[in-house]
Write a protein that binds this ligand. Structure first.
Ligand SMILES: [Zn+2]
Length: 131
């Protein structure tokens, strides 16, 4: 995976962006680095990714993402949550972003989510050959 510009980088100081006591429709907004369009990250789509994200990528990509965000071996994010990786696309210019978040299940089905990384995914050079 080729990483482009980061809008957000991991930090121990990051405050939670979402708790599941809030509306499940709540989103995190950021500006696309290529077209300044508003891109939305849906928190409800992050919950669950802490268990499943590694199955969405091949082993090499998992290693590249882990190295890029300097993940620890335990799988915990700087905020103490479980690592969740998801993707979101700019609806306007189709730029894809990798979303790195920490998911804490503070009590049964009560989730606290802290965004730790938003990074542009550059198109893979081999992509054109595959189409
Ligand atoms: Zn865009």
């Amino acid at each position: 995976m080729n990483f482009g510009k980061s809008i957000l980088s991991p930090s121990y100081l990051r405050k939670p962006d979402f708790t599941s006591h809030e509306s499940p429709e709540k989103v995190f907004n950021f500006e696309c680095v290529n077209c300044q369009n508003n891109v939305k990250v849906k928190f409800k789509e992050i919950i669950g990714a802490e268990w499943s994200w590694k199955s969405y990528f091949d082993a090499q990509t998992v290693n590249e993402i882990s190295a890029f965000y300097k993940m620890n071996l335990v799988g915990k994010t700087p905020d103490g949550g479980w690592t969740a990786i998801s993707k979101v696309e700019c609806k306007n210019c189709k730029t894809e972003y990798l979303i790195y978040s920490g998911v804490n299940e503070a009590s049964n089905s009560f989730y606290i989510i802290t965004l730790q990384g938003i990074t542009e995914i550059l198109e893979d050079e081999s992509f054109e050959n595959r189409v």
